[in-house]
Design a protein. Structure first.
Lengths: 302, 375
């Protein structure tokens, strides 16, 4: 019956064409709302922020009055004065990202490969925290970790735990809060990339003499790298700039750069320093992210 | 790490009374099969007949509910898939998208702790004639090329048995024919036992030394392509391999190596050796190309009417209605003997006894018909 093939293949592919001359406005119209939004609330503010960052308060002027003097030394001053908080921000964000990855990977793996009919319920549970406010959840953590809270009272039952142990107002609490708050941002991209893996490639690996663990190491992990990269970025970037967790769960010595910026803006009313710090933070994150994406070399898998 | 021994003298693959149940559903039903070492074997059947499940049990991807599987003297029934020296060419190839073609092929060698893989990989790549693509990624290859890489990736390990799960299903017809010949050549070259699962009867007949036709978890009949085609033992096999005319008949006499049967006043002869049932009710089978539009044979039906005609190049296919309203298919070669009949023309049919076969009459006449091209 092979001779049937190829006999009927001369249909006209070029008969369609419409009117290519007439440019459609539709794409621009579709872009317009987003574009207007972006210009109003991102592009204009960022220029105003950039201009603020090099301003100087004239001698004897009122608080909050600044004039433009293109003083780039603001950046150096701001950075030197807050190095400690900078380093701490990236350290905390880094630890929180690693913890989130360690918690999310098994979870996402389970949902993608083992959950069966419970898959959707589990995904809803991952997203469920978003149903309440970020602030409320962080406040709840200070209750949970508080001196009379369930975690500490359980820990106190253990013989080697000192009575004076505190969990709130510690770096531990801040990192826990960061890890918790950004966990869904890690889990969902991981799930998405794990779920996309063709189970037959895993079977093929087993068929080609790879044990379960080797298959995981050589096939599952490399194929889930796009999810790992996306998840770590979505966790690390907001965590590095976060100030809510440090404010609600930390103490003065756990301040992150977000807290400094916040207090420079609203408490000290030192706009140029706050703006310079914001820009430095953005630039640092941008550089780190670029290096990270280059190094992980997943661009063709994303 | 599992180090699997590669023995050259491997022995036959024996499936001994294996069954596979999924809950209440029986996918493979008490199946026994011996596949000789070095043969090209095809498991042929419609989708859902249990052929892929059987293959997966041989690969170690499923565990049989009952029965044993062994290669030579080694029982591999419960052996993990990564410890078996059996490799699979998966239906959609399942190449590793994150690895280059070279690393895809080297995967199995590396897992077995072989350090110097270069020569072996290159040999395998040359076997499938794709040596120049080793640095590419699988997504940069065409379907046919991916298919060959999947074969190379499996064969490089010198498995005792190579399993092919509908390996050509995703290719277009022309490429499929090319690959059929290619696979046959590779099999002859490496001498490994190939087990090929397919629902395409033409593919099975082209490639395999031995074909087992499966239906509902059981093997209907096993034999060479010629045997299955010329002397099917069941209506399912007759209909599933090619097309077949089956006529319900009653046995009149069995003597002198001949079985005389009748249907609606017509009598026909079947050689006794070609009758596979001792029942009085038989199905008389004759292939469409064995029917002639003449009326001088022993077996003939007069006063038939042409109800349909389609020209398909090398032959013309007629649907011919018998006086008792049974429609028979007739293929006539497009050569000088062509009758060139039109719909409505009166015609007689005749065929030789030696091309006739008799099946048990209790079977469904349509079993296995129109199942082969369901994908």
């Amino acid at each position: 019956m092979a001779f049937l093939h190829g006999a009927t293949k001369s249909h006209s592919a070029s008969s369609k064409g419409g009117s290519p001359k007439k440019r459609s406005l539709t794409p621009y119209l579709l872009l317009a709302p987003g574009l207007i939004w972006l210009i109003t609330f991102f592009v204009i503010p960022i220029f105003s922020l950039a201009s603020t960052s090099t301003m100087v308060r004239p001698q004897g002027a009122q608080i909050g009055t600044y004039v433009q003097e293109l003083r780039f030394a603001n950046y150096v001053d701001a950075f030197l004065a807050n190095q400690e908080q900078y380093v701490r921000s990236f350290l905390y964000a880094g630890i929180a990202t690693i913890l989130a990855l360690a918690i999310s990977y098994p979870l996402a793996y389970m949902i993608a490969f083992k959950a069966g009919k419970y898959r959707n319920i589990l995904l809803v549970l991952v997203v469920a925290p978003f149903f309440t406010s970020f602030l409320l959840r962080t406040v709840a953590w200070s209750q949970i970790l508080g001196d009379e809270g369930p975690v500490l009272s359980t820990l106190r039952l253990l013989p080697f735990v000192d009575e004076s142990l505190r969990l709130t107002a510690t770096p531990f609490a801040v990192v826990s809060g960061l890890t918790y708050n950004f966990l869904p941002f890690m889990t969902l991209p991981l799930y998405a990339s794990l779920e996309r893996i063709d189970p037959r490639t895993l079977e093929a690996s087993g068929d080609l003499y790879a044990s379960g663990f080797t298959t995981f190491r050589k096939v599952t992990v490399p194929l889930s790298m796009p999810g790992v990269v996306a998840g770590t970025l979505l966790t690390f970037i907001p965590a590095a700039g976060d100030y809510v967790n440090a404010a609600l769960l930390g103490n003065p010595s756990t301040k992150m750069i977000g807290n400094v910026i916040e207090s420079r803006f609203f408490a000290v009313v030192d706009y140029p320093t706050a703006a310079a710090l914001s820009f430095t933070l953005m630039a640092t994150i941008l550089i780190l992210v670029t290096l990270y994406i280059r190094k992980s070399g997943t661009d063709e898998l994303v | 790490m599992a180090k699997t021994k590669v023995s050259q003298d491997t022995g036959d693959l024996v499936l001994n009374r294996i069954s596979k149940y999924y809950g209440d559903f029986c996918a493979v039903d008490d199946l026994s099969l011996t596949i000789p070492d070095g043969s090209f074997f095809a498991l042929l059947g419609p989708s859902g007949c249990g052929k892929t499940t059987t293959l997966r049990m041989i690969a170690g991807l499923e565990e049989p509910s009952a029965g044993t599987i062994s290669i030579g003297d080694t029982d591999i029934t419960t052996q993990k898939s990564y410890r078996r020296n059996v490799n699979t060419v998966f239906q959609n190839y399942a190449l590793f998208p994150h690895l280059s073609i070279f690393e895809n092929i080297a995967f199995g060698l590396r897992r077995r702790g072989i350090k110097d893989v270069k020569d072996e990989v290159e040999k395998a790549l040359n076997l499938v004639e794709l040596g120049h693509l080793s640095e590419r990624k699988p997504t940069q290859l065409s379907g046919g090329q991916q298919q060959r890489i999947a074969v190379a990736r499996a064969i490089v390990n010198r498995p005792e048995v190579l399993l092919l799960d509908e390996p050509l299903g995703a290719l277009d017809l022309k490429l499929r024919r090319q690959m059929q010949i290619e696979l046959k050549r590779i099999q002859l070259e490496v001498g490994i036992t190939f087990i090929h699962v397919t629902h395409d009867q033409e593919e099975a007949m082209t490639m395999a030394d031995t074909i087992a036709v499966m239906n509902q978890g059981k093997i209907e009949q096993m034999g060479s392509a010629t045997e299955l085609y010329e002397a099917p033992k069941t209506a399912f096999v007759a209909n599933f391999l090619g097309q077949c005319n089956l006529i319900k008949v009653k046995v009149q006499s069995r003597s002198g190596g001949k079985v005389v049967v009748s249907a609606k006043g017509h009598t026909f002869e079947i050689p006794e050796s070609r009758v596979s049932s001792s029942s009085d009710a038989l199905l008389l089978g004759v292939r469409p190309e064995k029917l002639r539009l003449d009326d001088n044979g022993v077996n003939s039906i007069k006063e038939c009417v042409v109800t349909d005609r389609s020209f398909v190049g090398t032959s013309t296919q007629y649907l011919v209605r018998t006086p008792w309203d049974l429609e028979l298919v007739v293929f006539e070669q497009n050569d000088e003997g062509l009758h060139d009949l039109r719909v409505g023309d009166k015609v007689s049919l005749e065929w030789d006894s030696q091309h006739t076969f008799g099946l048990d009459g209790a079977q469904d006449v349509n079993a296995g018909a129109d199942l082969d091209d369901d994908e």
